[in-house]
Write a protein that binds this ligand. Structure first.
Ligand code: RB5
Length: 146
């Protein structure tokens, strides 16, 4: 599974920590779109880069981070086909996969510590979509197809 990952200046250290977690998974290939330093960048630009990788089919999933995770998740969800879930707990991360088939996870570098973030990432990577008919129907409605 190819995962595109990106952050603004508010979450560079969290991105580095998340990359270490992703390294635990042999089947995960990480594609890092940046940013890599402390210079301020605009989170919508990072969201666009990661989401373009997903909507083009280059990556299956994405992980986006900014200071709170709020701005970058809002920006991601404006792209058709992107279902970005802002999660700061493991239960939400699992539900975002099982029920919402979230293809992007968002977190806030100024909100969550590396330990809880690692657990969230592990749960999000390893949880499959339920494929349940009612969840498929609801996702179709999000896509404007039902
Ligand atoms: C940048 O200072 C900050 O606004 C951004 O990282 C994020 O928290 C926005 O939602």
């Amino acid at each position: 599974m190819r995962i595109s990952i990106g952050c603004d200046h508010g979450a560079v250290e969290l991105k580095d920590a998340v990359k270490k977690v992703l390294d635990e998974f042999e089947n995960v290939e990480v594609h890092d779109v940046g940013t890599f330093g402390s210079d301020a960048v605009d989170y919508p630009d990072i969201a666009e880069k990661v989401c373009a990788e997903i909507t083009s089919g280059n990556s299956e999933r994405g992980i986006l981070m900014c200071g709170t995770g709020i701005g970058i998740s809002i920006a991601a969800n404006k792209f058709h086909g992107i279902r970005c879930a802002l999660c700061h707990d493991v239960f939400s991360a699992k539900m975002s996969r099982e029920h919402n088939n979230a293809n992007v996870l968002a977190m806030g570098g100024r909100v969550i510590g590396f330990g809880p973030a690692a657990e969230i990432v592990r749960a999000w990577i390893t949880t499959d979509f339920s494929n349940d008919e009612r969840h498929l129907r609801r996702i179709s409605k999000i896509r404007g197809e039902a």
